[in-house]
Design a binder for this molecule. Structure first.
Ligand code: SF4
Length: 364
């Protein structure tokens, strides 16, 4: 698609002017430090700005430099990320920090090729680091930019197709101005977040409305076109708070996969024809080779992941016999309730911890 040079200039001018007048304050917008920008971009990959702010400040306080992050142990990194979700981001950030310290003299690389060689950095994040930290002419294409460009230039092909993605990357590259690259990229993302929103875009206040083809035709609500999502399946899962005197058992998930590297209350998926009590006893026997007695239900927690939802049925249990032989976990600990905050847990288990803290004592 060829954009007329005058149209391009007008869109660039209007977007930058609007950004100067409307941009939100964000802690990572006050820095040019490539390490801090990289951390913020990884956090923003699947999380909203409002949520990221407090995590970003906490993370940068814990690991102010790339050296400090590279030297941290994985438990400390997971603890600083606890609650933010998509934990592979934290594991990759940690891995990449070690590589940057070892192979790049602790300097964030500033070529596309080098950035793409690092774990957790795809084309969007590389473009964001290059343009925001180094003001290089690198395009960005995130969900906000896809939506805005699809509407502005009336792209009706399915944006999940790789051919459309290629076209959009080309378009966002063609749109880059000669200067103020950082501001321009941020302006496109900001407009998508604040004005060209998924539902009810605020076209009446949009600085590029005059050039917007979808608004002219009146189909802005129908764009972008995406592949419809399958319904999200639901699973019933059990977990046990297994007491032995004044301590209970927590287990460490293997480093790879969903919630990898986080601690949890052991348990597993309900099988067909099984009661919840039978499930927790079977899971503990299979996973840890110990026998338990189910004492009473503690709480049921609903939680949504990207591709499925769960109801986590949690029971307080009593350890009966056996020596732990871990099968599906990397480590285990018998801890006292006052030690819980030393470990990083997934969101669903944090709700269990809140329920435990509301109680006094152990198994009644
Ligand atoms: S005019 Fe409306 S649809 Fe077009 S870019 Fe602006 S907010 Fe989006």
């Amino acid at each position: 698609m060829r954009i007329h040079p005058d149209t391009k200039k007008a869109i660039q001018f209007r977007l930058l002017k609007w950004f100067d007048e409307n941009k939100r304050e964000m802690p990572w917008r006050e820095t040019r430090n490539p390490y801090k920008i990289w951390v913020s971009e990884i956090m923003l990959q699947q999380t909203q700005v409002k949520t990221v702010e407090s995590y970003y400040n906490r993370f940068i306080q814990a690991f102010p430099t790339i050296q400090s992050l590279s030297m941290a142990d994985s438990g400390q990194v997971m603890k600083a990320w606890e609650g933010l979700g998509y934990y592979s981001r934290a594991r990759n950030l940690h891995k990449a920090a070690k590589i940057i310290v070892q192979c790049f003299n602790a300097q964030i690389p500033h070529t596309l090729e080098e950035l793409l060689s690092l774990p957790g950095i795809g084309r969007y994040t590389a473009g964001a680091i290059l343009s925001i930290a180094f003001d290089q002419p690198a395009p960005v294409l995130d969900g906000n930019v896809i939506r805005m460009l699809s509407r502005l230039f009336h792209i009706t092909d399915n944006v999940d197709r790789s051919s459309t993605q290629k076209r959009l990357w080309q378009l966002t590259e063609d749109m880059l101005p000669k200067s103020r690259i950082r501001d321009f990229n941020e302006a496109m993302m900001e407009l998508g977040a604040l004005v060209c929103t998924p539902k009810n875009p605020r076209c009446e206040i949009c600085p590029v409305q005059k050039h917007c083809e979808a608004t002219r035709i009146g189909i802005q609500q129908d764009l972008p076109v995406r592949t419809p999502r399958n319904p999200i399946p639901h699973l019933d899962v059990t977990a046990g708070v297994i007491w032995k005197a004044d301590r209970f058992l927590i287990t460490l998930r293997p480093p790879k996969g969903l919630l990898g590297g986080l601690w949890e209350f052991p348990g597993g998926k309900l099988e067909d024809g099984e009661s919840l009590e039978e499930c927790i006893k079977r899971e503990i026997r299979e996973e840890l080779e110990i026998k338990i007695e189910v004492v009473h239900p503690l709480i049921s927690v609903k939680h949504a992941y990207t591709h499925f939802k769960i109801t986590l049925h949690v029971f307080e249990c009593r350890f009966l016999s056996g020596d732990i032989v871990p099968h599906d976990c990397d480590d285990f600990r018998w801890i006292r309730p006052n030690e819980l905050d030393d470990f990083a847990f997934p969101g669903a288990d944090r709700k269990v911890i809140d329920a435990l803290k509301m109680k006094e004592g152990g198994v009644s």
